[in-house]
Design a protein around this ligand. Sequence first.
Ligand code: AMP
Ligand code: ZN
Length: 146
Amino acid sequence: MSGDCIFCTIVRREAPASIVREDADTLAFMDIQPMNPGHVLVIPKAHAAFLKDLPRGQAGPVFEAAREISFALRHSGLRCDAVSMYLADGKEAGQDVFHTHLHLIPRFAGDGFGLRPTPGFGRIADRAELEDQAARIRRGLAQSAR
Ligand code: AMP
Ligand code: ZN
């Protein structure tokens, strides 16, 4: 837990939150600035600024919670024909709260929400480029604590 982290404060029940689900490892609550009605955040209870900092075994429960909540959203009566899940992992990815969290955003046609594609988006990449990138990531995986 981190003393000045708002999400740790919520885990300690020292700040208000509208909680939808809790288990031993995760907490899920309503986002105070929803992209669409029903926007939920799922967090690991353990403090970790980025996903890479979570101890082994603590990431899976976040996605298991998301699985259940994505079902619940579709059966909630809220407008939810689909769900976008989004995890901003780092400042340049749009992260504002540095306790890793997964957004679940109810979606429906014409809701206006979306990711902005980069220039050149949509081109099929060269296989050689993909192989080079995959090799770099495999080397990173070999260095990561698995
Ligand atoms: P991100 O930009 O991915 O780091 O997302 C942070 C999210 O946390 C934003 O959508 C905020 O609206 C939300 N947020 C910040 N403080 C709180 C809070 N006290 N309770 C619920 N959601 C919060
Ligand atoms: Zn925290």
